[in-house]
Design a protein around this ligand. Structure first.
Ligand code: APR
Length: 239
């Protein structure tokens, strides 16, 4: 298996890495649908939809605040760091569903956040947008226009930021290898990125301890963790 990847990677000029919550699991951040995942213990429709937000903005903000504390206390792991190291050998673009910013904190130079960022906020009415630099004293925080602020993330039923999505498709259509690490591919449109890459005859390599709904469509599907396997991919170039 690694001989095959070896050959594909050595020939590649551009690699796109699609990531999900699984890559941050080894940094102590829960996944969504895994064993202790958020959606096993919480109702997504009560926390991650615009209706849920307007029904109980305090509850939603408290949940994001808890996640933000957890994320601020976390560190990028060997998986995030291996992706940075790959930049020494070829063009690397990260298309992440994660809102935790750990790819950027690890030092990745090209990261597209498909589902927004946990440190960004925006007003529900005016065009005010900003980054969270300190804790809010009360929830929900209010904009200077008097309307409530919301986390600048993509909730179920909402469309992705179109400029980011368009650029993500362009990268998926122009990569030699696409690595899909730590995602169940349960959520669209992010789960269509491998299809775009396949249409471009890219090699699809999946890294996930568990089978996913698209494992059979992959050229190579590795049952292992992202920290271990991404580090092994880097070692291919060091040989
Ligand atoms: N290394 C690699 N993969 C892992 C690891 C690990 N150490 N640990 C768990 N995984 C895998 C799980 O097997 C699972 O397939 O990561 C995947 C995580 O899947 P989800 O919890 O569904 O997370 P994700 O795919 O990122 O969810 C997509 O859904 O809830 C929304 O907006 C949210 O961005 C999120 C989107």
């Amino acid at each position: 298996m690694f001989e095959q990847i070896d050959e594909y990677l050595r020939k590649a000029k551009k690699i796109v890495i699609v990531t999900g919550a699984g890559i941050s699991q080894e940094s102590g951040i829960p996944t969504f649908r895994g064993k202790d995942g958020w959606w096993r213990n919480y109702d997504a429709m009560k926390l991650a939809t615009i209706d849920a937000f307007y029904e109980n903005p305090k509850l939603v903000w408290e949940w994001y605040n808890e996640r933000r504390q957890n994320i601020f206390a976390a560190e990028p792991n060997l998986g995030h760091k291996a992706i940075v190291e790959l930049e020494n050998y070829l063009e690397v673009v990260v298309l992440t569903q994660n809102i935790d910013g750990l790819h950027q904190r690890a030092g990745s130079s090209k990261v597209l956040e498909l589902h927004g960022s946990i440190v960004k906020i925006k007003c529900t009415a005016c065009d005010y947008m900003d980054e969270i630099t300190s804790n809010f004293l009360e929830f929900p925080p209010v904009c200077k226009c008097g309307n409530i602020l919301r986390p600048d993330v993509v909730w179920f039923g909402e469309s992705l930021p179109q400029d980011v999505w368009k650029e993500a498709i362009a990268h998926a259509n122009s990569c030699d290898v696409m690595v899909i690490a730590g995602t169940s591919l349960a959520v669209s449109p992010a789960n269509t990125l491998p299809i775009y890459a396949k249409q471009n005859n890219s090699i699809l390599v999946e890294i996930n301890p568990d089978q996913t709904i698209m494992s059979s469509d992959m050229d190579i599907s590795i049952r292992s963790t992202s920290a271990k396997t991404l580090s092994e991919l880097v070692s291919i170039f060091k040989k």
